[in-house]
Ligand binder design. Structure first.
Ligand code: R1P
Length: 345
């Protein structure tokens, strides 16, 4: 039977199920572990007990492939949700879960990431207690570059000195020439159409919930040892490739100096991934109704170009999952206010 949705502003079906996650009130706990993959959700769910004695874990797979598993961890109701990848998917997970849970919520993201500098190294658990920045590719940079190429007079008249915005900055016209030292060298000086534009925008940091992060660090250290836990800032990028500074010949990404510039601007930057910023941003805008932080397994080292042996990942997902569930179970949450209950009725 095809569901019938009502309310184009926030679609739910006749049973109150959300449009993309397909869950409704009563199926999701206020404490949520958001993981990137279905296999990680199922693996970490082996740590859960059923919601009530004699019952199975609650499981729902939506038509869009979001998996929700609800049970108990150390007696406390928790849900694990597979979030897939990227900030738009995190948006569905946070907003649609917020819509079916009453009272304050806590959300921890357990992901994988690339370690960008020491002391973060392969296999470490990196806790984003310093918050997150976002790194986004700004397509207008290339649009303005095209516009400049069609208006050469604008540049020469203004002393731009080059027929191409890239070459003006030592970045070859084909996009694969000498690497600039930092994104600033991709910044085109002068009053051409590109003036003031950079190929990547880097946001201000958004903070993590300090208490949730502190109990997560403690729990992670208890599981893997303090020497394997690093605290710092994470960067969530809108691409696995361009805005994470991965280079290749197929595209003009103007990103050769990006990693260097990020670590220079943020000495506490430890990881690159794709979702934490949006989780923390929505928590910040949730009018105090969501507490959030993130932890990730360093699966790659960008500074050494090493990638972890994949067979080692499940044990680390279980270690990170144990720590995250312990923090979720331990964080105090306030009950729904009368106003919230009335709004939900
Ligand atoms: C990219 O390969 C994906 O892996 C990382 C990134 O954030 C992105 O989602 O996290 P997950 O392993 O949680 O998906």
């Amino acid at each position: 039977l095809k569901p019938i949705y009502r309310d184009a502003n926030f679609p739910t079906d006749a049973q109150g199920r959300t449009y993309h996650l397909g869950t409704r009130e009563g199926e999701v706990a206020p404490r949520i572990l958001s993981v990137g993959t279905v296999t990680r959700a199922q693996l970490v769910a082996t740590l859960l007990q059923p919601p009530a004695p004699g019952r199975q874990l609650f499981q729902r797979v939506s038509s869009r492939g979001f998996h929700t598993i609800t049970g108990r961890f150390e007696g406390v109701p928790v849900s694990i949700v597979s979030t897939h990848m990227g900030m738009p998917n995190m948006d569905f997970v946070v907003r649609e879960n917020r819509a079916v849970v009453r009272g304050q919520m806590a959300i921890v993201r357990l992901g994988t990431c690339g370690a960008v500098q020491h002391p973060a190294k392969l296999g470490d658990l990196l806790v984003a207690s310093h918050g997150s920045i976002a790194v986004r590719r700004d397509a207008d940079y290339w649009s303005l570059l095209e516009r400049d190429e069609h208006q050469p007079s604008a540049r020469t008249a203004n002393g731009g000195g080059s027929s191409n915005g890239h070459t003006a900055n030592g970045h070859a016209a084909n996009g694969h020439g000498p690497a600039p030292a930092a994104p600033d060298v991709c910044f085109v000086e002068g009053p051409s159409a590109l003036a003031g534009r950079r190929p990547y925008s880097v946001s201000l940091p958004v903070r993590s919930d300090p208490y949730l992060a502190s109990i997560l660090v403690e729990a992670a250290a208890a599981v893997v040892g303090p020497g394997r836990v690093v605290q710092g800032l994470t960067a969530s990028a809108d691409s696995f490739y361009s805005s994470q500074g991965r280079t290749g010949p197929e595209f003009d990404d103007a990103n050769e100096g990006l990693l260097g510039a990020l670590t220079k601007a943020h000495p506490d930057l430890m990881s690159l991934e794709m979702e934490t910023f949006h989780l923390m941003d929505l928590a910040r805008c949730s009018k105090g109704s969501i507490r959030a932080t993130g932890i990730c397994v360093a699966l790659a080292e960008r500074y050494s170009n090493e990638f972890m042996e994949y067979s080692k990942l499940p044990a680390l997902e279980l270690a990170g999952g144990t720590a995250a569930l312990r923090a979720l179970a331990g964080v105090p949450l306030r009950e729904a206010t009368g106003e919230e209950l009335a709004a939900a009725a």
